[in-house]
Design a protein around this ligand. Sequence first.
Ligand SMILES: [Zn+2]
Length: 226
Amino acid sequence: MPQPAKRSRIAIGDTTITYLPDGFGAHNPDVLFPGVDWTTRPGRLQDGQLLLSFGSFLICAGDQRVLVDLAVGKIDVDVPGVAHLEGGALLQNLADEGLSAEDIDTVVYTHLHLDHVGWTSDVAPLPNGSATGSPTGLTFARARHLMSQDEWQYWSTRAAAMGGPDAEAVLKPLDGVVEFVKSGDTIAPGVTVEATPGHTPGHLAIVVRDPSGTRTESAYIVGDIL
Ligand SMILES: [Zn+2]
């Protein structure tokens, strides 16, 4: 049976990339992939639902700690007919790595869909675009918060769009804080961003290489391209 992805790590030279789980979504497969005959794909569904994992990638490069995307946040919610979403494990998984929110130098967003921004502030965004309560600050208060300017502009003009970032929980706390990066920019030793628009207008991929050049392989964190 499918299970949510577990914490795991790869290394490129001295740089490590660690997947930090936050939660999962049990989705109605007919909404995500209309017309698919699931009987020809045995073992892909769990109790008739398609399981998607939500999490962040922690990159430790030199003395820099970068979080790629902020998962879904502390939620446990039904979207009738569409999905059941649960999250909230990210900070515990970070703590299990010996790190706290204060240890994060940089947050970089591949894009601003709901399941990539959940820990932006101390209020979790909900799928219907109505966060409960007012945030008092950013979760990773010491970190730079990076994204593409196209992504920021796209969502800033679409208040409470389904699947997008909540205005109160995400956009307002980032306003005046967010820094824009463009394709080819280096955000940590050996770590660059690459414009990959399509899934959303300002989608970025994060490329990780060995800053010493000793290892020739690279890793691409591709967000929701695939
Ligand atoms: Zn997405």
